[in-house]
Design a protein around this ligand. Sequence first.
Ligand SMILES: Cc1cc2nc3c(=O)[nH]c(=O)nc-3n(C[C@H](O)[C@H](O)[C@H](O)COP(=O)(O)O)c2cc1C
Length: 255
Amino acid sequence: MRALILLAHPEPRSFNAHLAAQAAEQLRRDGVQVEAIDLYAEGFDPLEAAYHHPQRLQRERFDAQREQRHSAEHDLLPTDVRRHLQLLQATDLLILQFPLWWFAAPAILKGWLDRVLVYGPMYNSRQRHEHGVMRGKRALLSITTGSSARACAVDGREGDTRLLLWPLMYSLRYVGFDVMEPHVVHGVRSGLAPERVQAHDEALAAAADCYCERLAQWPQWPTVPFNDSGDFEDGVVLRAEATAYSPFIRHRHTG
Ligand SMILES: Cc1cc2nc3c(=O)[nH]c(=O)nc-3n(C[C@H](O)[C@H](O)[C@H](O)COP(=O)(O)O)c2cc1C
């Protein structure tokens, strides 16, 4: 078994870096071959742009999807993208470790999706969702929030964290992954009053231990349900009889 852990955090001594390291250690203990990538440390360029595709299919106007497919077909993808693609294709488990920044993933991780989930080898109109190239593999979002669990609940002031993660989970599902229920540690703070530091550190240590225990059973970790292609009329609109798993794809209210 192989795992690929991507860390999207600028500080190697952060709690996020700690969780990524703990996950790698736990999986290695269980005999999993782990590849860990620190996107900031390797200076990953998150911008999908014309300069990554010097031998263009179309000179006059940069079309990211067409140029990605052209570069892939002619073995012209940038070295970093080629390497990350190979690691993705080889892995059984992908873990994305990041802090919630402005209700989303840090830009470097969004850019990783933009550049590495290459149109052509990673998805096309026939290979996506349950027919995606990553089918049979699992993916996990492991995140931290500064806000408390109460504030991040479905009725919390910060909005429902699981729902915020849905577009990212759907991108993983789009390329075929079985997406595991996200792992979230809330209330990861800095600058606390001295009398609150010890309790905070103990809570984080307990959360990291709990994560490792759960990871030891990762093949049994529950997954997020999504609609299959057959649930959509004309391949586009959710059928009346189909289950709606998320407010992002739901039935229209009638009357
Ligand atoms: C640019 C930025 C945006 C942030 N946005 C949010 C947010 O939307 N929701 C939240 O709960 N915390 C937010 N935070 C707090 C971080 O999520 C928190 O500091 C992080 O999870 C702590 O983990 P770390 O110690 O590994 O950095 C933000 C922090 C930064 C720097």
